[in-house]
Design a protein around this ligand. Structure first.
Ligand SMILES: C[S@@+](CC[C@H](N)C(=O)[O-])C[C@H]1O[C@@H](n2cnc3c(N)ncnc32)[C@H](O)[C@@H]1O
Length: 238
């Protein structure tokens, strides 16, 4: 009788095994890493424990959720040894999930130095430092053409909300970033994979073909592949 009562109390007090989406709740970093290596979706609440509270509260709107990240990484890096760039990598969630769940190497570029520090610390905690690199700087100043795949989760939209300049200048900065991103995408090598989640605010270059799209949370994951340029040299020159 006593034993039965104890069991029911412990069940009542036990931590939930799954979050409201049914994703596994995991207690420690090692178990979290090993679940993601096996491509098991873990709860965002759990993954985000790697980050300080100040970053955790941004998760819902700013960082790719774990289930979407696992699928995006699969679409970005179908072959081992690929080199993937996350444009505006934030606290590194996409790259970290990629480093655990694929055999690719991951580079995140983010202009916020504090986010870069947080991402690097999480990489050490997950023991994936050899497969992921975080660069601090402006993604539009980097050469994207050396990467096999590029991930864009609406990276430049934040410029529209920053309070350091007036609304007109914000809009101008946003448009400039988009135009530069379009140039960088147009300069990628044929065969480069581009995956978008919530787009990037601009149009893909005409030489990129949409080869796949699927629903992902409230949006979709789109896969584009750069084809060889259809333009002949004399057309380009004119
Ligand atoms: C929507 S978040 C996506 C974060 C990350 N890619 C993910 O999926 O979890 C966009 C990030 O891009 C960063 N960002 C915006 N413009 C940038 C730029 N020009 N260069 C580098 N990072 C930029 C922002 O600071 C923000 O952290």
């Amino acid at each position: 009788m006593f034993r039965r009562a104890r069991t029911s109390w412990s069940l009542y007090l036990a931590r939930p095994m799954h979050d409201e989406c049914g994703h596994a709740m995991i207690e420690d970093v090692t178990t979290l890493a090993s679940a993601l290596r096996k491509r098991v979706v873990v709860a965002d609440l759990q993954f985000d424990r790697l980050y300080p509270l100040s970053q955790r509260i941004r998760s819902g709107f700013h960082w790719t959720p774990v289930d979407v990240a696992l699928r995006a990484c699969e679409l970005l890096a179908p072959r081992p040894g690929m080199r993937v760039l996350d444009v505006g990598s934030g606290v590194g969630k996409l790259c970290l999930v990629g480093a655990l769940s694929t055999h690719a190497s991951w580079v995140g570029i983010e202009r916020d130095a504090q986010m870069i520090r947080v991402a690097m610390r999480a990489a050490r905690q997950l023991h994936v430092e050899e497969h992921v690199e975080f660069l601090c700087g402006d993604a539009t100043e980097l050469d994207w053409s050396s990467f096999d795949a590029i991930y864009l989760y609406n990276p430049f939209a934040e410029a529209l909300f920053s309070r350091d300049v007036d609304p007109m200048s914000r809009r101008e900065r946003y448009v400039q970033s988009i135009e530069r991103a379009q140039e960088l995408l147009a300069a990628t090598r044929p065969g480069t994979r581009i995956v978008t989640y919530h787009g990037f605010g601009g149009d893909m270059p005409p030489d990129a073909a949409l080869v796949h799209r699927e629903p992902a949370r409230q949006d979709q994951l789109c896969v584009w592949i750069r084809r060889a340029s259809s333009r002949t040299p004399w057309q380009t020159a004119s």
